[in-house]
Ligand binder design. Sequence first.
Ligand code: HEM
Length: 233
Amino acid sequence: MTADAMDQTSEASPPASMFMSIVQEIFYSPMNLALVAIIAFLVYKIIKDRIEVPSVGSQKPPEPELPKLRRDFTVAELRQYDGTGPDGRVLIAVNGNVFDVTRGKRFYGPGGPYASFAGRDASRNLATFSVAANDKDEYDDLSDLSAMEMDSVLEWEMQFKEKYDLVGKLLRKGEQPTNYEDEEEDTDKDSKASDVSSYITAASSDSKETAASASSDETIRKRNTTSTTEEVK
Ligand code: HEM
């Protein structure tokens, strides 16, 4: 059958053969065939991209892990780890403990909502629910915070312990750094657990208050003067 003959056939029965006539029209013209091929290719590309792009986009390439740090910091030393350094590491101190929060860079890194905490002792900000800049050069003993504010600091500290690696202590003026060199690897998680429990034990054995309400500066002092090496073991 010729193309003309087919056209005539399709014209003879309009509704049913409408689709067929279009198909015939397409397949009998090389130009139309080429157009169909192009359209099919574009549709394929669009669908393929739709399927692939979201999955690729949501799986961001994992950032290379920085080597684990284990040391104590003075307030001035801590300042250098605000995420603007060459390795982008971000450290934050909470209640005398320094945490590596590089994993939470979207919060604390440059331009993040809590960038003002980066390289700083964030305790006071966390206690007072403030993101104001903290440029104090001195160690903050938090002694003027209320019991409620201290409770808040302790809760934040717990959260940081859960989520981030403990690096060391924030040193008071004149305080000597702990030597962590002999420490075994992978004791961080253990130290986190024992650190919290030793704090609770210390707090409850010294006063009848609960761990949460025993948040006086006495408690903080106790935490900060306890050797972390001891806690880790
Ligand atoms: C309108 C006010 C605020 C909103 C809507 C807000 C919202 C949030 C949200 C949604 C998260 C969880 C993000 C996630 O886990 O994916 C978060 C985390 C956090 N927020 Fe806020 N926030 C506010 C104010 C503050 C303030 C004033 C502080 C200061 C203390 C603060 C400190 C934090 C911290 C420390 C985290 C934890 C980040 C981490 O996981 O390391 N937020 N905030």
